[in-house]
Write a protein that binds this ligand. Structure first.
Ligand SMILES: Cc1ncc(COP(=O)(O)O)c(C=O)c1O
Length: 393
């Protein structure tokens, strides 16, 4: 099928929930993907922060092929070797605790919200989240998410959520009540256009959670597993959260999410309290285990930090050249370029020129390349962008 045929079929049978681009990607290798008409693209979006190792990394392909022909799915009624090994590796590199596996970021956050309620006193149920937050599309996680557009027309929403101002400890203090069980935060907000939590704010937040006996949940679904230059973004702050949620980069494209909780908190769940049919099945865990091993073995978080600095420097040069660039911000390979105007058209032009990126929060060009990106590919991407921005003058 060519692009036109795929689009026609997709429009006829797929629900219209995405503002889809006018291409269909059919093949990927490393930093590149190809569409159904054979056009090649440099991928600086990585399936929205999923393809951390690029496309079809040979070791992932090998591990998945091996697992798919050995055992794909059993059930969480039985012990799963790959799941236990993955949990061991995640815990070894975070803090003393336990994992729960699911299929997505939203599910990991749902699990965290439930566990916060379960593991604290029975009359505590409120979770405080931040302005600019994004936590997923299930009923609880859209309530936790700040963007009102996602909630329009589907009320009533579940209760037990309050919103505080990101990076404002006073605002958080105002939201705390005797019902508060958790505070959930993205250390680097992705969907709202790359906003980084300040060090002082997180230090104060940890202290506040300790003194008020509130659980601190870090949503690292987008920023976790090396993207910010550390395996976990919380490591930038010299604190430990009580729970971390992960997904995106974890499975190299196979659907897997994870909740990591400290031992004391994780004991709030007992048999029957939470479950997922597919969550953490042998196939997805084999992909995740291989992904994590490659990230650790090759110190890809350090590489992400270096390459991120190079990309940011190059984008800063563009900022000096184009007055309509308001700000370049980000950490590691999670970078936003805020423009004076909506960036949808720029994203489309980049795509036409063979560069995939996207637009967050209307006017922020977002770059989330795979961790394997090289300086050469960064220079190529920035050159394409430079030419396109030049046309805007
Ligand atoms: C920070 C954050 N949390 C949660 C989610 C939801 O993840 P999923 O789409 O896998 O449910 C996302 C997705 O973009 C995210 O960026």
């Amino acid at each position: 099928m060519d692009t036109a045929e795929i689009i026609k079929l997709s429009k006829r049978y797929i629900m219209n929930t995405y503002g889809k681009r006018s291409i269909a990607l059919v093949k990927g290798k490393g930093m590149y993907v190809w569409d159904a008409d054979g056009k090649k693209y440099l991928d600086f979006l990585a399936g929205i922060a999923v393809n951390a190792l690029g496309h079809c990394h040979p070791e992932i392909v090998k591990a998945v092929k091996k697992q798919v022909s050995t055992l794909i799915h059993t059930s969480n009624l039985y012990h799963i070797k790959q799941q236990a090994e993955l949990a061991e590796l995640l815990i070894k590199h975070s803090f003393k605790g336990k994992c729960f596996f699911c299929n997505s970021g939203a599910e990991a956050n749902e699990a965290a919200i439930k566990l916060a309620r379960k593991s604290t006193e029975p009359d505590k149920f409120e979770t405080i989240t931040m302005t600019g937050s994004f936590h997923g599309r299930t009923m609880a996680t859209i309530t936790a998410t700040d963007n009102a557009r996602y909630r329009k027309g589907i009320e009533p929403l579940p209760g037990g959520f309050k919103r505080a101002v990101f990076n404002d400890i006073k605002s958080i203090k105002k939201c705390i009540s005797d019902k508060t069980c958790a505070i959930m935060i993205e250390p680097v907000q992705g969907e709202s256009g790359i906003h980084i939590a300040k060090k002082d704010f997180i230090t104060e937040l940890r202290k506040l959670c300790d003194s008020e006996k509130i659980l601190l949940i870090f949503d690292e679904v987008q920023c976790g597993l090396g993207r910010t230059g550390k395996l976990f973004a919380y490591e930038h702050y010299n604190i430990e959260p009580d729970m971390i949620t992960l997904a995106k980069s974890l499975g190299s494209g196979l659907p897997i999410g994870a909740l990591i909780a400290k031992d004391k908190t994780s004991s709030g769940f007992g048999p029957g309290d939470h479950a997922s049919t597919f969550g953490g099945n042998p196939l997805c865990c084999a992909a995740a285990l291989t992904t994590l091993r490659i990230i650790l073995r090759n110190n890809l978080s350090q590489h992400a930090l270096k390459m991120g600095a190079h990309l940011k420097n190059k984008l800063e040069v563009l900022k000096k050249k184009y007055s309509f660039i308001r700000e370049v911000r980000g950490i590691g390979l999670m970078i936003g370029v805020e423009l004076d105007f909506e960036c949808k058209e720029i994203v489309e032009k980049c795509q036409k020129a063979g560069l995939l990126t996207n637009c967050a929060s209307g006017n922020v060009l977002r770059f989330l390349p795979p961790f394997i990106v090289s300086k050469k590919e960064i220079d190529k991407a920035v050159n394409i962008l430079d030419k396109i921005l030049g046309d805007c003058l």
